[in-house]
Design a protein around this ligand. Sequence first.
Ligand code: GSH
Length: 246
Amino acid sequence: MLTLYSFGPGANSLKPLLTLYEKGLQFEGIRLNPAIFEHHSDWFKAINPRGQVPALVDQGRVVTESTVICEYLEDAYPTAVKLRPDDHFDRAEMRVWTKWVDEYFCWCVSTIGWQRMVSQMAKAIGDEEFEERVKAIPIPEQQTKWRRAREGFPQDLLDEEMRKIGVSVRRLDDHLRDNEWLAGGIYTLADICNFAIAGGMDKGFPDLVNEADTPGLMRWMRQIQERPAVKAMYAEVPMERLAPKD
Ligand SMILES: N[C@@H](CCC(=O)N[C@@H](CS)C(=O)NCC(=O)O)C(=O)O
C-alpha cells in the first residue's frame, strides 16, 4: 500500500496527487495541517527528517522530493497511462521542464505566496511560541524564511521575485502558444509539475496571467483542469486551510 503525506492540493503536494490520480493508483492519503505546524512535529520528522511534504511511503520505504516521487511512481508502477515520453530526447526535454520548476519557477512563486499567506500566520503567533516553532524546523533556510515571513520580506526581494515570475510566465506561454503540452506532444510530468505551481495564477496574478497576455498558458491550464483524473482529485481531496482546527 502506498501512503502519501501531504498538504492539500497545491504546490509540491499537488504533483504526486495528480500523478497518483492520473495513473489510477490506490493510496492512503495522510493530510498534514500546516496551520498547526504538523509537518515539523516529531512523528512526521521521523518520516521526513527535513520536515517537509510531500513524502511517499511504499512498503516501509520513504521517498521524498515531489518531482522524484512522481518519477518513482512512473518507475515502480508502470501503468497503461504513461506520464513520460518513450523517446529519450523528449524525456530529456521533460526533465528540463521539471528541473526548471524545482530550481527557478517554484521559488519566486513561493516567496510571494509566503508573503501573502504564511506572513499572516507567522504574525498571528506570540513571540515565545514563534521561537519554539522555529526551533522545531530542521532546515536552516526554512527557519530564515519563517522569520522573514513574520518580519515581512524585504521589498527588493519581492520585486526581484515578481520579475522572475514575469519571466517564468512568458517562458511557459511562449512554448504553449505553439505546443499542446510541454514535452513530447503528450501530457507528462513536465505538465503536472509546472501546473502544480502555475495552476491558479490567473487568480493570484491576474495582471500577468490572463486571456489577452498569456492565451497559451490559459488554454493549457484549462486543458489540465478538464482532465477526468484532475477533476476527481479536486473533488476528493480538500483544499488547503490555513486556520487552526477548532
Ligand atoms: N524540494 C521539496 C520542497 C518541499 C516543500 O517545500 N514543501 C513545502 C510545502 S509545498 C513544505 O513542506 N513547507 C513547509 C515548511 O518548509 O515549513 C519538494 O519538491 O518536495
